[in-house]
Design a protein around this ligand. Structure first.
Ligand code: FPP
Ligand code: MG
Length: 342
């Protein structure tokens, strides 16, 4: 009920302001791959080619999109103009570089063969070179970030890299205790996905106004909640969508032995799933049985509901700042995330 009412309120706000536009964001995003390519120039031509490979302008670019919009929304809130600074634009670029570096490493860990609808880097170059290319992207992203000359922003983005590593480790070490599983999953989800969005939004707000702690917190919590919703929907899509939609294979999490929100919710209704979770779906037929139980259970609906609650919280936070086209676009993005199919 609360969600339905909230949904209609958001809709009327968006209709009211639909004449305003934020096309400057699309323009900046269009120029981003070539700016990243410039950062990745190297005397080693193979390293250069490998590290540029995933920056082809075909990704969702959700992290730089949110960072640019948050930068515009905060600048409007503080100074009455959505004009963003070169530092904020660099920050947005760095978010994409950190994310893509982590994808290069993640695809090696997960032995993935497809990323963004094309062969994963390690299918073309070997695993060692893929790891080194990930390191190289991260190093060039860090250099670009340092050139902003703002130590607080460097500290925030360094925390993200720390969280990414710990999130990935938490995923490797699954939780044995049935009661603690959901909290372990939520904490891991924050580290792996929400942290980058939370701290990038906070950094964008910091660059808009160094001393406005309330604004920094609003931006952080918006990003945190959007990030949690984004990953919950990702975990849902692993059960629901086809590889044609997502550009990557489906039921990957189960095959990797991972129990995500749909399975954890389903296990509350069908406790026989716990045995399969404990043995990481390793016996013949486990993956198919888990898929079947999840589809019969309320697991998918409850996962969607939890994502919806995070989107509502994100909207509550961002509504605290001055209305602007960018702020409204940040609200709209919560709905796009909730209803995405890829
Ligand atoms: C994707 O998860 C993985 C992440 C969001 C984080 C990966 C982080 C690391 C490998 C740590 C190293 C970090 C850096 C910065 C080099 P997923 O496998 O659930 O998503 P997918 O389906 O898109 O592969
Ligand atoms: Mg993966």
């Amino acid at each position: 009920m609360r969600t339905a009412k909230r949904g209609s309120q958001i809709y009327s706000l968006l209709v009211k302001y639909s004449t305003q536009n934020t096309s400057w964001v699309a323009e900046r995003l269009k120029g981003m791959p070539s700016k990243i390519h410039q950062q990745l120039s190297s005397g080693d031509k193979e390293l250069e080619e490998c590290s540029k490979y995933l920056f082809d302008g075909r990704g969702k670019a959700i992290r730089p999109t949110i960072t640019l919009l948050m930068a515009g929304a905060c600048s409007y809130h503080c100074a009455g103009s959505c004009k963003i600074s070169p530092a904020q634009e660099t920050l947005a670029m760095v978010t994409e570089m950190i994310h893509t570096a982590s994808m290069a490493h993640d695809d090696v860990i997960d032995q993935a063969s497809i990323r963004r609808g094309k062969p994963a880097m390690s299918e073309i170059w070997d695993r060692k070179k893929t790891i080194l290319a990930g390191d190289f992207i991260l190093s060039r992203g860090s250099m670009a970030l340092a050139q902003i000359r703002n130590t607080r922003v460097v500290e925030l983005l360094s925390t993200v890299i720390d969280n990414l590593v710990h999130g990935e480790l938490m995923q490797l070490e699954s939780c044995r205790d049935e009661q603690g599983r959901f909290n372990h999953y939520l904490q891991k989800t924050f580290m792996k996905t929400a942290s980058l969005m939370a701290y990038s939004c906070q950094a964008a707000a910091t660059l808009a106004s160094e001393d406005d702690d309330d604004l920094h917190q609003i931006a952080y919590h918006y990003g945190e909640n959007v990030g949690m919703a984004f990953q919950l929907i990702d975990d849902l899509l692993d059960f629901k969508s086809t590889s044609k939609d997502t550009g990557k294979p489906t039921a990957v999490d189960l095959r990797l032995g991972l129990a995500t929100a749909p399975v954890l919710f389903a296990a509350k209704q069908y406790p026989e799933l716990n045995e399969l979770i404990d043995r990481h779906f390793t016996r013949t037929g486990d993956v198919e049985m888990a898929q079947d139980i999840v589809h019969r259970s309320d697991g998918l609906t409850l996962t969607h509901q939890l994502a919806d609650e995070h989107c509502s919280k994100a909207v509550d936070y961002i509504q605290k700042i001055t209305t602007s086209p960018e702020q409204l676009e940040l609200i709209k993005i919560t709905q796009d995330i909730l209803h995405r199919n890829k």
